[in-house]
Write a protein that binds this ligand. Sequence first.
Ligand code: GTP
Length: 243
Amino acid sequence: MTAHPTVPAYSRVLLKLSGEVLMGDSAYGINQKTMVRLSTELIALHRLGVQLAIVIGGGNIFRGMSGAADGMERTSADYMGMLATIMNAIALQDAIEQQGVAVRMVSALHIKEIAEPYIRRRVVRHLEKDRMVIFAAGTGNPYFTTDTAASLRAMEIHADVVLKGTKVDGVYSADPNLDPAAVRYKQLTFSEALEKQLGVMDSTALSLCRDNEMPIIVFDVTREGEMMKVISGDPAVGTLVKE
Ligand code: GTP
């Protein structure tokens, strides 16, 4: 039997990778084996012709919110979170490049020795030239999450969809770790997600997607092969949020 090649359902996607997924089974930081696995999967999508832009989180290194909860001024904590995303972006860029694929890391904070500054038109040109793009430092503003950065950048680059790669396989009616009766939604509207506070993304990120008709798919990126299924448009994978 010959395997059918995957036909991508999207041509330009914004992938949000949570920082936690980079930890793999480590308790903290970046797990190199996980990094190689993720970059191999990303490259497989890239080879299908999908233009990939990635917003990376920083929660495996530093969480702005928990820093603030511990008594740090929120803006200071958020800037530390942004610096954490820069470390993750360097590591991901390195892992992709080591497999021979062109990738450009761009940063919302100016650190020109390490990354290009974020310039929208330049990012679009990178994508058109078959380079992957990694966005670091969120939006560059405190009080905005990397999910909001993902929504904003998706709009700016006219992505077809936001793929939110996280550690759960979709959006549930309740926390599946606490409530055994929790069910996974296959599809939701933005209004449902906002009203029921289902934790898809924070409300700023969700509203931005809702107001600009940008669909979101939440899926488990820790499962090998899942990204490819999402790209092929498999409706059985994850939760689709759209109006
Ligand atoms: P084209 O102009 O489309 O050919 O793009 P390019 O990115 O290949 O060319 P460019 O000469 O602009 O960049 C060459 C390399 O330098 C790439 O790896 C860029 O990511 C990197 N680069 C460009 N600008 C900056 C910057 O301001 N800071 C850092 N650290 N790297 C940069």
